[in-house]
Ligand binder design. Sequence first.
Ligand SMILES: [Zn+2]
Length: 259
Amino acid sequence: MQAVGLHPDVFVVTSRFWQTTCTLVKSGAEAFCVDSPVLPDELDLLPAIASQAGFEVVGCIATHADWDHLLGRYAFAEAPLGMAESSAARLRGEPGAAQRELREFDEEHYVERPGPLTLPATQALPVPGHCGLGEAELELHPADGHTVDGMALWIPWASVLVCGDYLSPVEIPWISDGGSVSAYLATLERLEPLVARSLHVVPGHGAVLDSSHALALLREDRAYLSALVARGSDAPLPSARRNGAMKKIHLENVARVTG
Ligand SMILES: [Zn+2]
């Protein structure tokens, strides 16, 4: 697991699995843990890494309700879990789904955990809106399309955008169950001015980006999705993300848009 400091109040740890990112952000005496690493040893280490850095985690936040972003509770068992109302509704609507998918992942990869994932009653956050942290406020922006739910977080005092599963340097746009191309394109539109103002963009999977790299990915992703609608399976994949795993995602996308 890698840790990278972006600002005295923001650092990102990256899981060895799927390069899943977890962002720690603080203001004053309080910190949030946004999303989560995937592997048990990484989750074990996270509280020590946070406290050594002077981050007192008082809450976990998930950018969206996919299981791989919900594991912060293994690191901070007492912390409440906040997410967009759309994500809270999704969890309510599919009770046990995240736990089941985690269990399937663990079985497939022979991963052992201290216990099953327990999700507390989630705190639904207003999106678009703000969320107080210490002496400051995070901005919350709707980010759906990859899934039916989700939000991006803008950290104004650090000019950092934590965008969930968008703008990934290692993954093409993924229209998963409940997602849609039009919502995805609208999210890219919404994120664009934030990306342009940012010093750093933290994607859900992959390395932290600077503004110009993230803008280049945004244009590639928009071009890919437009081609997906127009040309289906013939849509060309972004050149730096054209491998076997991405072709599988592409076929899933094709099936989704052609119904
Ligand atoms: Zn993800």
